[in-house]
Design a protein around this ligand. Structure first.
Ligand SMILES: NC(=O)c1ccc[n+]([C@@H]2O[C@H](COP(=O)([O-])OP(=O)(O)OC[C@H]3O[C@@H](n4cnc5c(N)ncnc54)[C@H](O)[C@@H]3O)[C@@H](O)[C@H]2O)c1
Length: 252
């Protein structure tokens, strides 16, 4: 098992990629903290991990709220006595809204969940990891929208580009002068519940997406396998990188 003895927090672990990452981490021997805003889905993921022989506990945590983030970190340390891996996975979309039509409310919500949340969680996690001899690993689930301009609306694209910048800064400081690695994953299309949140896609945003061409859709476990690699010692010389997992979508 690749993650034996490691304690991992996965945010947004109630659904989609977060759920797949939490379940696979459990199967790879990690102690898993299943964090999400939805208690029912947390319970079901914790039950699934434990039923498969893993070790999991759940915590309701909105990554946009500092007190929830602090409670999430405390849960990991109190329950499992270390924090080795943080997966910042929780994220929301923005109906492909181009900048001219982005309301302050939409901008603030998308940035709060997709960028400020990962920052708050990384800050709290690093302050635990830097005191551990073994250091730690931070994995940020970004998107090809963190590398290209037309895979979401203005707020989503800005947040995901920011998340990749945050990843590189952590790597360049705590990785180069400490023992904490940070990497990002940039998935293309993945079959998850996030699609159901795109209720009123903006016509201009969709036009830009269509012009960028379409790609294949992944099963969430295909992204979870990348997260296991980044969390494990197999990637111990990989730091500050972005692994695209888009089935070749952006290679064309
Ligand atoms: N599905 C895709 O095609 C795709 C592609 C690239 C990147 N992503 C990114 O992958 C990540 C996971 O998305 P998914 O597709 O699995 O979505 P999903 O909607 O299936 O799951 C997201 C989970 O995050 C939780 N969540 C939402 N807001 C939260 C908050 N404030 N605090 C804590 N949890 C919260 C939800 O309850 C849900 O369980 C997101 O960051 C998303 O931007 C998705």
């Amino acid at each position: 098992m690749k993650l034996s003895g490691k304690t991992a927090i996965v945010t947004g672990a109630g659904s989609g990629m977060g759920k797949a990452i939490a379940v696979l981490f459990g199967q790879e021997g990690a102690n898993v903290v299943v964090a999400d805003i939805n208690q029912t889905s947390i319970n079901s993921v914790v039950d699934e991990i434990n039923a498969k022989g893993g070790q999991a506990t759940g915590v309701v945590s909105n990554v946009a709220q500092q007190e929830d983030v602090d409670n999430m970190i405390r849960t990991a340390v109190d329950t499992f006595h270390s924090l080795d891996v943080l997966v910042n996975n929780a994220g929301v979309m923005d109906n492909f809204t181009p900048v001219g039509d982005v309301t302050d409310k939409l901008w603030e919500r998308v940035l709060a969940v997709n960028l400020t949340g990962p920052f708050k969680a990384a800050r709290a996690a690093i302050n635990v990891m830097k005191n551990q001899e073994s250091g730690g690993v931070i994995i940020n689930n970004a998107s090809v929208g963190g590398l290209y301009g037309a895979r979401g609306g203005a707020a989503y694209i800005a947040a995901k580009h920011g998340l990749i910048g945050l990843t590189k800064n952590i790597a360049a400081t705590y990785g180069s002068f400490g023992n904490i690695r940070a990497n990002a994953i940039a998935p293309g299309g993945v079959n998850t519940n996030i699609q159901s949140t795109i209720t009123e896609p903006h016509e201009l945003g969709l036009k830009a997406l269509t012009a960028a061409g379409s790609g294949p859709s992944a099963d969430p476990v295909q992204i979870a396998r990348v997260a296991v690699f980044l969390a494990s010692n197999d990637s111990d010389f990989v730091n500050g990188d972005v692994i695209k997992a888009d089935g070749g979508w952006t290679a064309r």
